[in-house]
Ligand binder design. Structure first.
Ligand code: SAM
Length: 180
């Protein structure tokens, strides 16, 4: 349906946003990171893969409830402006606080990669959207990963395991000797 036809179907004047999802995206169910989004075909760099609407959480509800659930792993930092609170002295609106937003649609399915990040994401705070765009040319079969930033709430499967071979332990013990 075109924007014009969509607008004709609603009684009052509304702003309409074109949503996008690139062709050829696959959801792979059983990866070491859980479900993940993969390229089912070659995708050029700078392609918009997905525009996902978000649900902004009330900061108190987020702290008291959502943080204690698995849903917290599906949220992004998001600025929050209270719809009602005003500054008692000046009468102006209080500055925005930080909260979390649940990303709806495919956005929540992108896994994290520190070194192989090939998708960038951008908040549209006004329209409550996140847009995901390829950072380079992608080959068919590659996983599409974003960066969640430095503070992860889970163990990254791509992290190098500590080498615990005997030679390394000798090295560690030598260092401890030097410290003593
Ligand atoms: C936003 S969800 C991504 C979709 C998720 N894989 C699923 O099946 O629903 C974030 C969760 O995916 C998993 N995940 C994402 N990136 C990961 C990584 N690099 N290593 C391990 N687990 C990862 C973690 O369980 C994390 O809490």
């Amino acid at each position: 349906m075109s924007k014009t036809k969509a607008a004709a179907n609603v009684s009052k004047k509304v702003e309409i946003i074109t949503l996008k999802r690139a062709e050829g995206l696959l959801l792979v169910i059983d990866t070491p990171k859980g479900r993940g989004v993969f390229a089912g075909r070659d995708i050029p760099g700078r392609t918009v893969l997905e525009v996902s609407p978000v649900l902004v959480l009330d900061p108190t509800e987020n702290e008291e409830h959502i943080k204690k659930t698995d849903l917290y792993n599906y949220t992004y930092n998001w600025p929050y402006t209270s719809p009602t609170k005003t500054d008692q002295v000046s009468g102006t609106r209080t500055p925005p606080m930080q909260t979390q937003a649940v990303v709806l649609g495919l956005g929540s399915m992108f896994n994290h990669s520190t070194l192989q990040q090939n998708v960038g994401w951008e908040r549209d705070v006004k329209n409550l959207l996140v847009t995901y765009t390829t950072l380079r040319d992608i080959k068919e079969g590659e996983e599409l990963c974003i960066s969640y930033g430095p503070r992860l709430t889970f163990k990254d499967v791509e992290e190098e395991p500590l080498d615990t071979s005997p030679e390394d332990w000798t090295e560690v013990l030598n260092i401890i000797d030097l410290i003593d």
